[in-house]
Ligand binder design. Structure first.
Ligand code: SF4
Length: 306
C-alpha cells in the first residue's frame, strides 16, 4: 500500500492549527493529520491521537478563557448578566475540570506502557487561575465588547463551522457574529499573543467570509492579560490575497503528505527546523529526535542527499 496516497485528504483542508503545526514541524504535521487520522482504528493511530489530545495547562487555561467568555456572552444575550464573582467561580471550576480530564487522559496514555514521565499529571495552579480570571474580566469589561453587547443581537458560532473556497475546506470560524443597526460585525478572539498587522489583515480577510462584503471584522488578541482590539474591513484585493495564501499553504501540506513514501516510510518527512519545537512536542516519543535532535537532523540530511 502506498500510504501517502491514502493519507492524501479527499478534500484539501486548511486551518490555522494545521498550518501552524506544519510550519513548526512537517513530521509532527504528517503524524497528526495523516497517520493518526488514517489509522484511527489501529492501536498506533489511537496512541497518536491520544498523545495529540493532551494539552499543556497553559493552553487549557486559554481554552477555558474562550469558553467562559463565550458562555458569558451567550447568557448576556439571553438576558442574564453574570457577576464578576460568578465569572471567577466558573473559570476556576471549568479549569479544574479541564485539568482533571487531562490527568485522566495521561493515565489512559500510560496504559501503553511508555515512559511514565512523558506527560506529567498536575493540579490547577493558582497563578494560571488568576491569569485566566483576569483575562476573562478584562474582556467582559472591554468597552468594545460592552457596546456590542448593549445593542443589536449577538450569536455564538462553533469552531467546527467551515467554508469551502477554491475547493479548499477552510476552518477559520469567528467566535461571534453581531447584527446591529449599522450592519454585521464578525468577532474573533485570539488567545495566544498579540498578532502582527499582516496577520490581522490576513485573518480578517478570511473571517469576513462568514459575514458579508460590508462586515467589519473585530479581532481581540490577548497578551499578558490585556486585550488588544483590531477593527478592519478587508477589500477585495486583500480577500483574494488571503485565498492565494491558503492555496499556497495547502500545496505545502500536500507536499508534506507526499513526502511519506511507500510502506509508511517517514524518513524523508522533514524534522523541525529548530530544537525548540521539539521541547513541547507531544509525539517526541516516536520521533528520532528523542535520541538527540542534532544527530537526527544530520542523519536526515545525509538521507536526503542519497
Ligand atoms: S520531536 Fe521535534 S522533530 Fe520530532 S515530530 Fe516533534 S517537533 Fe518534529
Amino acid at each position: 500500500m502506498e500510504f501517502s496516497r491514502d493519507m492524501y485528504p479527499y478534500q484539501p483542508t486548511w486551518s490555522n492549527t494545521r498550518i501552524n503545526l506544519l510550519q513548526r514541524c512537517p513530521r509532527a504535521f504528517v503524524l497528526r493529520y495523516g497517520l493518526a487520522k488514517l489509522s484511527e482504528n489501529h492501536p498506533q493511530g489511537q496512541l497518536l491521537s491520544e498523545a495529540f489530545a493532551i494539552q499543556t495547562p497553559w493552553i487549557l487555561m486559554h481554552q477555558i478563557v474562550r469558553q467562559v467568555v463565550l458562555d458569558y456572552v451567550e447568557d448576556y444575550a439571553n438576558g442574564t448578566v453574570w457577576s464578576h464573582e460568578l465569572i471567577r467561580i466558573r473559570f476556576t471550576k471549568d479549569y479544574a475540570q479541564a485539568i482533571l480530564h487531562r490527568n485522566q487522559r495521561i493515565e489512559q496514555f500510560q496504559q501503553y506502557g511508555l515512559e511514565q514521565t512523558l506527560f506529567q499529571k498536575t493540579q490547577p495552579e493558582d497563578h494560571l487561575i488568576e491569569m485566566g480570571v483576569d483575562s476573562c474580566l478584562n474582556l467582559v469589561q472591554n468597552q468594545n465588547l460592552v457596546s456590542l453587547l448593549k445593542s443589536g443581537s449577538i450569536e455564538r458560532l462553533q469552531p467546527t463551522n467551515s467554508i469551502v473556497k477554491q475547493n479548499i475546506r477552510v476552518y477559520c470560524s469567528p467566535d461571534l457574529i453581531h447584527h446591529g443597526s449599522d450592519g454585521t460585525s464578525v468577532i474573533k478572539l485570539h488567545l495566544y499573543g498579540k498578532i502582527s498587522s499582516f496577520e490581522n489583515v490576513f485573518q480578517a480577510s478570511l473571517l469576513q467570509e462568514y459575514g458579508d462584503r460590508n462586515s467589519i471584522v473585530i479581532q481581540f488578541s490577548l497578551s499578558r492579560r490585556k486585550w488588544f482590539v483590531h477593527k478592519f474591513k478587508p477589500n477585495s484585493i486583500q480577500r483574494k490575497q488571503a485565498l492565494n495564501i491558503i492555496s499556497e499553504d495547502v500545496k505545502q501540506m500536500e507536499n508534506a503528505f507526499w513526502s511519506v513514501r511507500k510502506n509508511n516510510d517517514l524518513t524523508k518527512v522533514p524534522l523541525a527546523d529548530t530544537y525548540r519545537s521539539c521541547t513541547s512536542c507531544n509525539v517526541r516519543f516516536i520521533c528520532p529526535s528523542r535520541h538527540g535532535y542534532e544527530q537526527a537532523k544530520a542523519e536526515q540530511r545525509s538521507l536526503m542527499c542519497q
